[in-house]
Design a protein around this ligand. Structure first.
Ligand code: AHR
Length: 327
C-alpha cells in the first residue's frame, strides 16, 4: 500500500474517531438500577431496557443488576449520581428507605424516574413514575377466584413475592380486600418465596408438610414461584389446574406462564407487563424537550385463564395469544 493511501486511511480513521466521540458525547446517559435477575419477568424487563435505551436511539445505558440487594441498589444510585448521569431510573427492590438518596439526586440536579414498583416517598422527591397497579392485580385474582368458586369454600395458601417489595405488598393487599368479602375463604398460610422458582418450591414443600389434604387454592405471586410450586406438588402427587384438586393462580403472564395456562396447569394468570422502557423513554424525551410530561403513567395489565374457563375478569387462553407473547 502506498503512503498516500495510508495517509488517507489515517485521516479517515481520525475523522471517524472524531465523529464517534462527538456522537458519544451527544448520547443521553441513563442509569438503571435494576432489581436483579430473579424471574423471567425481570429478564424480559432488562432486555426491553437494553433494546430501547440503545446507542442507535441516542442513549448510553448503564444498567446495574442489584441482585435483589437493597444496599447494592442504593450504592448503584449513588454511583450514578457521582458519575453525573443525565437521568436515573430506579426499579425499587424495597418500597421503603429512599428519602436520603433521592434528596442526593435532587441536590445533584439529576431527574429520577421510579419504574416498575412503587416507593414510600413523597412524589416531590422524584420526577416521574411508570409502572403497573399491583393492588389491582391482586383484586383481579380475588375477583376471578370468587367468580369461579361461586360461594364454595376456599382454603388458600399464598406464596408472596419478596418481603418489602411493592409488587408483593400490592398483590397481597388487593387479594385481601376481595377476601374480606368472603367469609367462606380462609388463608391457611402466606409466606415469601422471594419471586424465585427455588423460593416457590421450598415454600410449597413446607406448606405441603403442614397442610397436605387441607388446601384447595394456591396463589403464587409470580410465574417462577408457580413453576417451583408445581414441582413441589408434582413430587407430592398433588394435582392442580383445571383437572386437578387445587386451583393454581399465578401473576406475571410471561410466555412460559401462559403456556402452562394454555395447558390447563395454571387456572388463572394475572398479567404484570414488563414492557415499560418505551414509556420511560417517552417521559425522558419530553423532559429533554422541556415539555410537560406525565408524572404518573400506568402500564396496562390483563388476566388470562385456562381453556374451558369463561370469566368476566380474564381472557380465555388461545394458541394465538401465546404466539403473540414474545417474553
Ligand atoms: O415488580 C415486578 C415483579 O418483580 C414481578 O412480578 C416479578 O416476577 C418480579 O420479580
Amino acid at each position: 500500500m502506498n503512503k498516500k493511501v495510508l495517509g488517507v486511511l489515517a485521516c479517515t480513521a481520525v475523522a471517524a474517531s472524531m465523529v464517534a466521540s462527538a456522537s458519544a458525547e451527544d448520547l443521553i446517559t441513563v442509569g438503571y438500577a435494576q432489581v436483579g435477575h430473579e424471574s423471567d419477568w425481570r429478564t424480559a424487563n432488562t432486555k426491553n431496557y437494553e433494546d430501547v435505551f440503545s446507542a442507535e436511539n441516542g442513549y448510553e445505558l448503564s444498567l446495574i443488576d442489584c441482585d435483589n440487594d437493597n444496599a447494592a441498589q442504593l450504592e448503584a444510585v449513588r454511583n450514578f449520581i457521582t458519575q453525573g448521569l443525565d437521568y436515573i431510573i430506579i426499579a425499587p427492590i424495597q418500597s421503603a428507605g429512599w428519602d436520603t438518596v433521592l434528596q442526593e439526586a435532587q441536590d445533584a440536579g439529576i431527574p429520577v424516574i421510579i419504574a416498575d414498583r412503587e416507593i414510600e416517598a413523597d412524589a416531590s422527591m422524584y420526577d416521574a413514575w411508570v409502572g403497573t397497579n399491583t393492588k389491582n392485580e391482586g383484586i383481579t385474582a380475588g375477583n376471578w377466584l370468587a367468580e369461579q368458586l361461586d360461594g364454595a369454600e376456599a382454603k388458600i395458601l399464598q406464596i408472596e413475592g419478596s418481603v418489602g417489595a411493592s409488587a408483593a405488598i400490592g398483590r397481597t393487599d388487593g387479594f385481601a380486600e376481595v377476601m374480606a368479602d368472603h367469609s367462606e375463604w380462609e388463608m391457611l398460610d402466606s409466606q415469601s418465596g422471594d419471586f424465585t422458582q427455588d423460593g416457590g418450591q421450598s415454600v410449597m414443600e413446607s406448606f405441603i408438610k403442614s397442610y397436605e389434604g387441607q388446601f384447595n387454592v394456591v396463589i403464587c405471586q409470580n410465574d417462577n414461584e408457580a413453576y417451583g410450586a408445581m414441582d413441589a406438588m408434582d413430587a407430592a402427587g398433588i394435582t392442580y389446574g383445571v383437572d386437578g384438586d387445587v386451583i393454581l393462580i399465578s401473576y406475571d403472564a410471561t410466555h412460559d406462564g401462559l403456556q402452562y395456562t394454555l395447558d390447563g396447569k395454571i387456572n388463572c394468570n394475572v398479567e404484570c407487563n414488563p414492557i415499560q422502557a418505551e414509556t420511560v423513554k417517552g417521559v425522558i424525551e419530553k423532559m429533554e424537550a422541556g415539555e410537560e410530561y406525565e408524572a404518573t403513567t400506568l402500564v396496562e395489565d390483563q388476566a388470562f385463564c385456562a381453556p374451558g374457563i369463561e370469566s368476566e375478569y380474564a381472557t380465555t387462553m388461545t394458541d394465538e395469544i401465546l404466539a403473540g407473547r414474545a417474553y
